[in-house]
Design a protein around this ligand. Structure first.
Ligand SMILES: [Zn+2]
Length: 211
């Protein structure tokens, strides 16, 4: 089932490794296909993984296909897909600068023009819960309201997109923007975009998110 999606998913995981956004088997990614979700398995290193080790579950979490256990973060992926119909793919990374901001439990304010139309506005930090728990899924869905990305307190980030490449692009954009913000914080006091610009750009995000 879903051979194409499984291959795409593995390519994205290897890209996460090459961009130093995760190490080993950490982080995870998924693609929604109708009522099914193709998800990375738990505890398999991406560099040795083959596409047929991906797991297929339904939107309630029942196993449809796969010999491996699904990622421990399956609740988080399912929570997002069930709450957000426009989410077609998810990338969850432990990238350095997004994680640093998440450790500070500081949101990413609207300081970079391209972030607001693509991710929706200020990127909030989901309240802390242990990895793999349903509480983490609940907190992530809440902090992701009207956004395409979120930081996970003391953990990392999650972005969704119209397809897996789009979700990955959003993740890279979030990482890059957290880096810029943290660098700016070290040098001085970052200045946010004008409020009316943020509103207009957020409208663009809202218009585009279903297309
Ligand atoms: Zn994680």
């Amino acid at each position: 089932m879903y051979d194409q999606e499984k291959k795409q998913l593995l390519e994205i995981c290897l890209e996460m490794i090459s961009l130093n956004m995760v190490i080993g088997s950490s982080g995870n990614a998924s693609i929604r296909v109708d009522n099914h979700v193709v998800l990375t398995p738990s505890s398999v290193k991406y560099v040795t993984m083959s596409p047929d080790e991906m797991v297929v579950i339904d939107l309630q979490g029942e196993l449809i296909e796969g010999d491996r256990n699904p990622s421990v973060e399956k609740h988080m992926h399912l929570g997002v897909y069930n709450a957000r119909e426009e989410a077609k793919a998810i990338v969850h990374s432990h990238s350095l600068f997004a994680s640093a901001l998440a450790v500070l439990r500081k949101p990413l304010p609207p300081v970079i023009d391209e972030v607001v139309p693509i991710l929706g506005g200020e990127i909030r930090v989901a309240e802390y819960a242990m990895p793999g728990t349903k509480d983490l899924a609940t907190n992530v869905v809440k902090a992701l309201d009207m956004r395409s990305g979120v930081l996970l307190a003391n953990h990392g980030s999650l972005c969704f997109g119209k397809n897996i490449k789009d979700a990955m692009h959003n993740s890279i954009l979030l990482e890059r923007s957290c880096k810029i913000y943290l660098m700016a914080l070290q040098a001085g006091q970052p200045v946010e975009l004008p409020e009316e610009v943020v509103e207009d750009e957020a409208d663009i995000w809202d218009m585009m998110r279903h297309y």
